[in-house]
Design a protein around this ligand. Structure first.
Ligand code: FDA
Length: 305
């Protein structure tokens, strides 16, 4: 049943008509609940509010289906502008982005050139840029570009997914670069050829990756809403005297807000992933696919307006 609901929401996430309707009619509802705002400027009060509560942020300009050079160029400019505004407004925020939004599916030279411009701004303003990990066909290209940029830039990090068999060896491979890695379970629908089909195996691998990344001495972001993973990280770091400066927890905006604040009170660093933009529909459906229990939460919020 769970697999069925997941597939249904993943299918709906790609529906262009629903995406169009959501963009047109649902923006006021989504802003402030699951997304920071409809553009970066309108998300600033939300970011400030989180910062005042002791939470760090990473912002993500939502965008699906980038298939022209012109849109990729717009996305690049927007990202550079966002980095400048984070610096100017003195916000405690990183930037997260997807390489497909910069033209990964169009041409490698294009995404490379766009990313180079973004990282130039990131270095200038000392704002970390995290490359989100997308689905399997884009994984190797994403890691290759990350490695290439990491050799000459400080303010770049990326994401590894625990559901993939390859990830432990990717983590070893990246180790010489001393990366800042965000560990996640993985959000895409992948075949058993590439990914553990059973949740328990994904969870076990996630814990192994947390241990490996921390023992390698790398700054590690544990990006999960799962209490089991959070408690595991707390216990492991205490037992092995790993300082709280070497890791952080990350969660999505609007999810487990109480837990985020409790962790801050306990002295842990917590970063909230705040998406913004008009293209919120696909993001939203993928979140429902991950956790159908959120449907109740969504409808409660919907009625609140
Ligand atoms: P999981 O879905 O495994 O649920 C385990 C348990 O956690 C649940 O049974 C429940 O108890 C609790 N739980 C989970 N979600 C909850 C909620 N919303 N409210 C209350 N309890 C909840 N993926 C990817 O492929 N590429 C990427 O770049 C990123 N980036 C990213 C950044 C950040 C900051 C986060 C938090 C996540 C991502 N992801 C991602 C998504 C990630 O791969 C994964 O799909 C989701 O985080 C869901 O997995 P969890 O580990 O959170 O819990």
């Amino acid at each position: 049943m769970e697999a069925l609901t997941r597939s249904l929401f993943l299918y709906l996430s790609k529906n262009a008509l629903l995406n169009h309707l959501a963009k047109k009619h649902g923006r006021r509802w989504a802003a402030g609940k699951m997304i920071g705002g409809t553009d970066f400027q309108s998300s600033i009060p939300c970011i400030r509010h989180l910062n005042h509560a002791g939470l760090s942020v990473t912002v993500d300009h939502l965008g699906e289906f980038v298939d022209t050079k012109e849109i990729a160029e717009e996305r690049t400019k927007e990202c550079i502008q966002t980095i400048r505004m984070i610096h100017r407004e003195q916000l405690d925020s990183h930037v997260s982005l997807k390489l497909t939004s910069l033209g990964l599916d169009i041409h490698r030279d294009l995404v490379e050139a766009n990313m180079a411009r973004i990282l130039e701004a990131a270095e200038e303003h000392q704002v970390m840029v995290t490359i989100d990990m997308e689905d399997v066909p884009r994984c190797q290209a994403t890691l290759d570009l990350f490695k290439q940029f990491k050799r000459s830039h400080r303010y770049v990090s990326t994401v590894l997914q625990a559901y993939l068999y390859r990830t432990a060896s990717d983590l070893d491979d990246l180790n010489t670069l001393k990366p800042f890695i965000r560990l996640v379970k993985g959000a895409y629908k992948e075949s058993r050829k590439h990914a553990f089909p059973n949740k328990q195996d994904v969870d076990d691998n996630y814990k192994k990756l947390i241990v490996k990344s921390l023992q390698n001495g790398n700054y590690t972001a544990v990006a999960s809403h799962d209490d089991q993973m959070i408690e595991f990280t707390k216990t492991f770091t205490k037992e092995h005297r790993i300082p709280t400066e070497q890791f952080e927890f990350q969660m999505l905006y609007g999810m487990r807000t109480r837990t985020q604040l409790d962790l801050v009170k306990q002295g842990y660093k917590v970063r909230v992933y705040v998406p913004y933009g008009l293209e919120w529909y696909g993001y939203f459906m993928r979140r429902l696919a991950e956790r159908p229990a959120n449907i109740a939460f969504v409808f409660k919020n919907f009625l609140k307006k």
